[in-house]
Each structure stands twice: as structure tokens, then as C-alpha cells.
Design a protein around this ligand. Sequence first.
Ligand SMILES: Nc1ncnc2c1ncn2[C@@H]1O[C@H](COP(=O)(O)OP(=O)(O)OP(=O)(O)O)[C@@H](O)[C@H]1O
Length: 240
Amino acid sequence: MNALEMRQVTKVHGAGAGEVRALRGVDLSVQPGQMVAVMGPSGSGKSTLLTIAGGLEEPTSGTVHIGGVALSGLSRNQRARLRRRGIGYVFQDFNLLPGLTAVENVALPLELDGVPARRAREAAMTALAELDVADRARAFPDDLSGGQRQRVAIARAVVGPRDLLLADEPSGALDSANGEAVMRLLLAACKRGVAAVVVTHDAQLASWAHRVVFLRDGRIVDQTRPTPGPDSLLTPEATR
Ligand SMILES: Nc1ncnc2c1ncn2[C@@H]1O[C@H](COP(=O)(O)OP(=O)(O)OP(=O)(O)O)[C@@H](O)[C@H]1O
């Protein structure tokens, strides 16, 4: 079963003269453990694709299935639960809450989902440790570097039993070494069976995905299996 399946998805923003056709019949399937990179010029519909894939916006037409479940068949509450439990998001601006410490930010989605505070905190600490920022757990976002904020945002996205990760330019604000580190972390999650869709402008980062999809004017115009592919980033030498 596909972790994500979009069929003939269209999205029209606005109406009348101001109408924008952001997506025009997108088909996209992502299997568990697979990372798909999405590339395309500004305005081609990449962010729209991601928000619809994550159930944050509804398509104008077409269907979205997550883990075999049709989003259109769910109530608002059921959809919210699926988003919280099954999907991790990494957005360009990281979206960390400034009034919460790093560990509180990471624990929040679990707590919202009813996990007792102590257990949520433990899981959050484990995720931060995996991302090498456990020593900053008690810091507030404003006191973290860009790279540390990025890691905390990824920890929050991967904490708990996620099936799907959606990342919009996750390396946007980072230098190339940190950008590569981010891809490695996302790929490590894929190794555990998580599916990922990653929007990036960076062809080098995209080349580590299992598949690269090119969007233009709301349509998928090309798909490739890149070389070197994910294994090159996950060899023992690379992860050392
Ligand atoms: N809420 C909205 N209302 C109206 N138009 C929108 C809205 N969101 C996106 N659009 C338009 O839809 C089109 C696709 O936008 P989208 O943000 O998905 O592209 P993108 O490929 O992610 O661009 P970028 O690389 O610049 O982030 C653009 O023409 C954009 O202006």
C-alpha cells in the first residue's frame, strides 16, 4: 500500500479573473521508505502539492489517500487526528513556538495526541539526541542557531510513529554541509519505513532522493531516478 497516493489532483486558488490553477491533474505515489524530491520553478505548485498531500488544504478535484485512507472520507476531527499522528511537517520557517523550549516544542505534538507528559518528554529527548541537539533541549528557539532550530524542527517532525514526512525547503536557510545533514536525517527516517516528500531548489540535495519529480505550471512534467541516489549519502563512510 502506498504511504501517499494523489490521483488527478487539481487546485484552483481564488475565482474569476484572479483565479490561479496551482495544480492541474497531479498523480503522485510514494511508497513507505521512499523519498521523493519535488523540484520546479517558483510558482509551479510545489508548496500547494505539499499542503494538499498533508491534508492541510483540500484539492479542488482529485483524490488523496494517506496509508490507504481517503482524506475526503474523513470528518474534520478524523483528519486532524491523522495529521497529528501520521504526518510530520518541516516548514521553511521551522514554525517553532518561541515560548516553549526545544524539548517542549518536540514533545507538543505527542502531548496534543494524549501521550502523558513524561513519556512525551522522553520521546522528545530521544529524538533530540538522535539529531545531536540534546544539549540544547532547555534552550528557547531564539537562543538556538539556524542549524539547531532546523534540527529541533526535524526532531518534532519525526517524533512518534510517523508514516509520512513532508518538508518544504528543509535546508533553505542552511549552508551546504547542514543541508546535507538534514537530508541524511530525513533519509534515516525513510530507512525506518517512513515515506518522505521533500521540496527543494537544490539539485544536489534532490539527487539523494529515490525519485525526483519536476513540476511546471501545476503539472508533473518529468520524473527521474537520480544518481547517486540515497545510498551514496547513507554509506558507512558518509554517516560517520
Ligand atoms: N492561497 C493562495 N491564494 C491564491 N493563490 C495562491 C495561493 N497559494 C498559492 N497560490 C498561487 O498558486 C501558484 C502555486 O503556488 P505555490 O506556492 O504552490 O508554488 P511553489 O512552486 O511552491 O513556489 P515557490 O517556489 O515560490 O515557493 C502560484 O501562482 C501562487 O501565487
